[in-house]
Ligand binder design. Structure first.
Ligand SMILES: [Ca+2]
Ligand SMILES: [Ca+2]
Ligand SMILES: [Ca+2]
Ligand SMILES: [Ca+2]
Length: 366
């Protein structure tokens, strides 16, 4: 007798797509003579590798069965293959075919995008549908696609503010395409003003060195400093220094402007405190000849060889750089009007001498 196995096969494919792989049935000869068989089907979408064959005693033959999708719309189909050996018994192989509708190719470039220049935007084409093989993004709709990817999302960073049209083009494996556009609104970045000072309080007169810590995307930044809260700009340097001479507390304000005109201002109230030198004294703790100075360095710079610099009985916060070929005497501890001495002067700071001579009396170096 003859045996055909299996007795049913199932196929699946996409409408208009490529045919599914063929599957085999095995025809086994269990009789005592050569088996001559025929294979027939009434279904024109079923293909057979052979319509007849001979199978030796105890041997078997392979019949390959396929399903052709051409012309078939989406749905389920059932057909049959009849394997007959001429004897009354015939084997029936049931063929099941499911044809899936291919979803149409529809591009969706996502929802409106918004970000600040310099920030990454995640372009999202995941709401597109169809058998998508490729996503291409033209981030500024100039006809040149910046990205080509199999992923439905793509990160992009706009370097300039503005309103852009983003175009998504999707393709399937067969080369069909669909497109969609979306708007990307990219805002201008604003700088952040920030600064510190090397010292925030002192006595008499002293110099404060300010350090800019502002940040901004639109470089370069420009700087406007007001050290004494009078509304008048005192410096446009990035890291300026300022000599305070009048006892008071001072707000310090830094306004930064970025390359395309965005502005930020930081005002730190009561940032710098200047304490009076000797109570009741004007803040001129240094005197040379008949001239009063707020700083030792200023007096030294114009001192002649053999001259004397007088300083008041107070703390002076100052670094000194002595590099002139002169011998200068510094006398400390003077009272308000320099009519006599009442103590010592304390110099808080570094003194470097590269040439010349400095003679100190009544001076304490901290
Ligand atoms: Ca482009
Ligand atoms: Ca900008
Ligand atoms: Ca800006
Ligand atoms: Ca000012």
């Amino acid at each position: 007798s003859m045996q055909t196995s299996p007795t049913s096969l199932s196929f699946e494919g996409e409408s208009g797509g490529s045919n599914p792989a063929s599957q085999n049935v095995v025809i086994t000869n269990n009789s005592s003579g050569t088996l001559n068989w025929t294979a027939t089907t009434a279904n024109d979408w079923i293909t057979l590798s052979a319509v007849s064959g001979s199978t030796a005693v105890s041997g078997n033959s392979i019949l390959s069965i396929g399903a052709g999708l051409s012309g078939l719309s989406a749905g389920t189909y059932t057909g049959h293959v009849t394997v007959s050996s001429g004897t009354p018994a015939a084997d029936i192989v049931t063929i099941n075919l499911t044809v899936i509708e291919i979803p149409p190719l529809i591009a969706n470039a996502g929802d409106p995008y918004s970000a600040e220049e310099g920030e990454a935007v995640l372009l999202n084409g995941s709401s597109s549908s169809g058998r998508i093989a490729l996503y291409e993004w033209d981030v500024d709709d100039d006809g040149t696609y910046e990205y080509s990817t199999t992923s439905s999302t793509q990160s992009h960073t706009y370097t300039m503010d503005g309103t852009y049209t983003v175009r998504l083009r999707i393709s399937d494996a067969g080369g069909s395409t669909a497109e969609d556009t979306e708007t990307a609104t990219i805002s201008d970045s604003v700088p952040t003003a920030d600064f510190t000072a090397d010292t925030m309080s002192g006595t008499g007169s002293f110099t404060v060195i300010f350090t800019n810590n502002s940040t901004g995307y639109d470089q370069p930044l420009t700087y406007e400093w007001d050290f004494d809260e009078d509304g008048i700009i005192d410096s446009t340097f990035e890291n300026p220094s300022y000599l305070y001479t009048v006892s008071d507390t001072y707000d310090v304000a830094l306004t930064v402007t970025d390359a395309d005109g965005s502005i930020d201002t930081l005002t730190i109230t009561n940032y710098i405190t200047v304490n009076a030198g000797i109570p009741g004294c004007a803040n001129f703790p240094v005197k040379k000849g008949s001239t009063l100075y707020t700083e030792v360095q200023s007096a030294y710079n114009v001192a002649s060889d053999g001259e004397t610099i007088e300083t008041q009985d107070t703390d002076i916060y100052e670094d000194l750089s002595l590099s002139r070929d002169v011998t200068v005497t510094m006398l400390g501890g003077y009272n308000c009007d320099y009519t006599g001495t009442s103590g010592t002067t304390t110099i808080n700071g570094n003194i470097s001498i590269t040439t010349g001579t400095l003679i100190l009396e009544g001076i304490v170096l901290q």
